[in-house]
Design a protein around this ligand. Structure first.
Ligand code: SF4
Length: 203
């Protein structure tokens, strides 16, 4: 999908402002472009205590904040210590990606996103996690529903952001903007098991 071939979308309830939970700049590129083309104003929220180590966390956050700044989009930093994330996921360290650890990881991140949505006076939230072909869309939807019911008064937009040419557009924008593209999902477990990350260490 090139920029001139616009995908037409509408946010639930016809809302013109939404919260976008974002994990990094690359996963946000095509989604932000699509939202803005459709006159849906995104409020970007970075809450990702899963990302390890701290240097990687800061790198991903800074790049996303810079991109939002360039687009004049509000950016909210959900900085936190990792203790809550560790408590939620530590029992599942041996699980493969798409397993129980990822479900708990998504639930925590989307619950905080739902709470932030309410705090900002918005009604709808969605997530860049749904743009990744490596993640389970089913787990993301379960987590979004969990988050909306816990937070109350907000709705999860279960849009599949990797479909309709958006994955291809992500790649185009990633390349043309020369963004940093991470080699593993985020946590220490995914780092240890990522062939791309391990390969980069051998060089
Ligand atoms: S692999 Fe990714 S989604 Fe799964 S627990 Fe780690 S950071 Fe979270």
């Amino acid at each position: 999908m090139s920029q001139d071939k616009k995908l037409t979308i509408e946010a639930p309830l016809g809302e013109s402002k939404i919260l976008l939970h974002a994990c990094c700049a690359p996963c946000s590129l095509a989604i932000l472009e699509c939202l803005m083309q459709n006159k849906i104003e995104p409020f970007v929220y970075f809450f990702n205590p899963n990302i390890f180590p701290k240097s990687e966390y800061e790198h991903r956050k800074d790049e996303l904040a810079r991109h939002c700044d360039a687009l004049k989009i509000p950016f909210f930093d959900g900085d936190s210590d990792r203790s809550e994330w560790e408590a939620a996921t530590s029992a599942f360290g041996d699980e493969p990606e798409r397993g129980a650890r990822c479900l708990e990881c998504f639930k925590l991140r989307l619950l905080k996103s739902a709470e932030k949505t309410r705090e900002l006076g918005l009604k709808i939230f969605t997530t860049t996690l749904a743009s990744s072909r490596w993640k389970s869309f089913g787990q993301i939807c379960i987590s979004g529903k969990f988050a909306e019911s816990k937070a109350g008064g907000v709705k999860f937009w279960d849009f599949n952001w990797k479909k309709y040419g958006l994955s291809e557009r992500r790649s185009e924008l990633l390349k043309s903007g020369n963004f940093y593209n991470q080699l593993y999902c985020g946590c220490e477990y995914s780092m240890k098991t990522s062939p791309a990350f391990q390969k980069s260490r051998e060089k």
